[in-house]
Design a protein around this ligand. Structure first.
Ligand SMILES: Nc1ncnc2c1ncn2[C@@H]1O[C@H](COP(=O)(O)OP(=O)(O)OP(=O)(O)O)[C@@H](O)[C@H]1O
Ligand SMILES: [Mg+2]
Length: 379
């Protein structure tokens, strides 16, 4: 078994830096998901770990061993691709055993490993078929089987489910999670789908422009986004942002935008609070609650809004609307039919207002946390 450690890892293509110095520790047996928009460097990072791309700078350690220049086959990694990369002219059985035959493994051992993978993945009925005679989900399972038979120390998945329809994707996602837990193999999984990332991950790594924007548990990244980017990228539907500033009245702090005036938790933001400071206010859809529908936040401010579009999802509605000229999305529990351009009252959960600096777009609470830490150091 193996942990994977990346130290200041860089990938340069000519003068373009696809990966700009990544530091990350992936504990043994854990499932870590890289997520981020297209082109942010997820696949490149994974391919450097797999040994399919050279590492321009920095260190890669797998199971404690420096792996920068180790040949791919010696790294103990097995990769599953989006395109499956199965051999079209071979049966499922041969696809599964091919890499082991190449490695000149004794026949009984090959048979044993293939049988094990076939059982785990329930591939028994398809062993004599060719890939063209399989559904997308079945092909995906064969691709995983090919990785499993090698009994790797680390699984690498690059968007393995993106060619499947939504229902099958959900099903396979559960299977991958179960499989990973059962086999207990360190797994790095790349996706641009944040829902997939959140449901799978022990630890989630949000990437942007070749860097880590934030790494942490799903809950931590969701509850405490480091930046406006992370707040907007993680969570569905997207966080609503309001352009505003901080004001102070009678010793209390407020976030004020064109249409909102919300009290700010001075304890959370501490010294970051300065009168007139330009900030983004961020609210998740579940914290903009239609009055009278679902659980009402105890600490709230009521605001009138106009609903421009209602998406009926059955168990809930997503209400897209405006406060003044600012757009927002609200989640309506216990839904009813909502008319277009209907005026409604919303209760804003002020305890869950996120504040980001207008320029740097970093969460203001980072500043007060830094201060707390330096105060602790001073003591
Ligand atoms: N062989 C290459 N030569 C030059 N540039 C490359 C090469 N491969 C990738 N890049 C660039 O590196 C950056 C990161 O690419 P990468 O494939 O890692 O992105 P990604 O996060 O996996 O995106 P996606 O979600 O679209 O798969 C992109 O700007 C891409 O154009
Ligand atoms: Mg990619």
């Amino acid at each position: 078994m193996a942990d994977v450690v990346l130290k200041d890892m860089v990938k340069a293509y000519g003068r373009h830096l696809a990966v700009r110095g990544i530091d990350l520790e992936i504990p043994d047996k854990s499932l870590v998901v890289f997520v981020g928009p297209s082109g942010c460097g997820k696949s490149t990072t994974l391919r450097m770990i797999a040994g399919l791309e050279s590492i321009s700078h920095g260190e890669l350690r797998i199971g404690g061993k420096l792996a920068n220049d180790m040949p791919s086959r010696d790294r103990g990694v097995a990769m599953v691709f989006q395109t499956y990369a199965l051999y079209p002219h071979m049966t499922v059985r041969d696809n599964l055993s091919f890499s082991l035959k190449l490695a000149r493994m004794p026949k009984p051992e090959i048979a044993e490993r293939v049988a094990k993978a076939v059982t785990v993945l329930e591939l028994e009925p398809y062993l004599d078929r060719k890939p063209s005679e399989l559904s997308g989900g079945q092909r995906q399972r064969v691709a995983m089987g090919r990785a499993i038979v090698r009994e790797p120390e680390v699984f690498l998945f690059d968007e393995p489910l993106s060619n499947l329809d939504a229902k099958l994707r959900n099903q396979m996602r559960v299977e991958i999670k179960r499989l990973q837990q059962k086999l207990g193999v360190t797994t790095i999984y790349v996706t641009h789908d944040q829902v997939e990332a959140m449901t799978l991950a022990d630890k989630i790594v949000v990437m942007k422009d070749g860097e880590i924007a934030q790494a942490g548990t799903t809950l931590d990244v969701f509850e405490n986004p480091r930046s406006k980017f992370v707040g907007g990228f993680i969570g569905s539907p997207q966080m609503s942002f309001f352009d505003g500033k901080l004001t102070q009245a009678d010793g209390d702090w407020f976030f004020e935008s064109e249409a909102l005036r919300l009290p700010v938790n001075a304890k959370r933001y501490g010294d970051a609070l300065k009168p007139g400071r330009a900030v983004w206010g961020g609210l998740r859809s579940e914290d903009i609650v239609p009055a009278g529908h679902g659980l009402q936040p105890t600490n709230h401010v009521a605001i009138e809004g106009v609903v421009t579009l209602a998406e009926m999802l059955g168990n809930e509605n997503l209400l897209f609307g405006t406060f003044g000229s600012s757009q927002f999305v609200s989640r309506m529990q216990q839904p009813r039919l909502v008319q277009q351009d209907e005026q409604m009252s919303f209760h804003i959960n002020v305890d869950r207002l996120h504040l980001f600096d207008k320029e740097t777009e970093l969460n203001l609470d980072l500043e007060s946390q830094q201060k707390d830490q330096s105060e602790e150091l001073d003591q």
